[in-house]
Design a protein around this ligand. Sequence first.
Ligand SMILES: [Zn+2]
Length: 374
Amino acid sequence: MNTLEISVEEALDAQSAGALLLDIREPVERLSGYPSGSVHAPMSQGFDSWMERLRKDQPLLLYCAAGVRSLHAAAAFRAAGFEAAMSVRGGQYAWQALRLPLETPGSEDPALSERYARHWRLEEVGVEGQRRLLSARVLLVGAGGLGSPIALYLAAAGVGRIRVVDDDRVERSNLQRQIIHREQDVGAKKVRSAVRALSELNPDIEVEAIDARLGADNVDDLIAGCDVVIDGADNFPTRYLVNAACIRAGVPWVYGGVQRFEGQVSVFAPHLNRGVAPCYRCLFAQPPGAGEAPNCAEAGVLGVLPGIVGTLQANEALKLLLGIGTPLIGRLQCFDALAGSFRELRFRADPDCADCGAGTPVAVTDDAVLQCRA
Ligand SMILES: [Zn+2]
């Protein structure tokens, strides 16, 4: 009899003989664990793409929580000509009852599944995306007004390794906007205060505190091994250093700037599309002259503004790390806090740019990328 069902023990044997176990449960159900070697194919997404990709004679094991949905799925695969499709009877309940091998997503620590459950519900993030975040390393330049929300949100999101570089001490005048520091931190090194706050928020991540000022002598070492760099320094010399070093290393960086009631955000990744994707110097060829661009201490800044801009930067960083959405490459997002309005300026790579233009060293030498210059 050509039954549609197979027991969990038989399924395990079939799996080792080459059958593909398709776990058709939804992402959040995978949090309770999944059979080793299973492939996630949530039923809500339909099976059309699987039916197109798989060979008709591929032995298939459909797997769900209790074996009901998988029975329907097996019938659907059979109807589509997959004669070796079977439903695993009893699904996860039967699998667990026999203590067959289960893998836990992300980590062996159940607290992790709980902490990131809302990410796992997102199709665009899911277990794999969370793994990417947990294994990522970012460099955050500055633990001040922009750095505070950036660091807090990245830590909360589970970005596994956050390298923070800053050589300042917390001053009372910082507390109006630098929300990672507290009254009792006044006088302490900012990186120490940041490590304390981030570790309290998320003990699973590693925070590397670098008590130094980013300069030409250490910028390459600081960026080494990082997937994304985020600028929270809010000064021009640092940005030009970060820009050139990121081009050398082929690492994208997220820019943010605030002053008075206005903020700006953009993403620079010229290595991804040479000659098309601009860099910071394509946008601002020269730093402003003395007195043309006063810093926050001189011009003042509304306390919430770095919170808004830094949060937008954290959003861009997460998108880059996850490889989702459309990064702000070639786009300068400007926010006017008084008007409550955003506007976007688009800009292109400058072929004569001193940092990324023709004749400058190229970090990525892939032919396909270089062709983009034409
Ligand atoms: Zn450039």
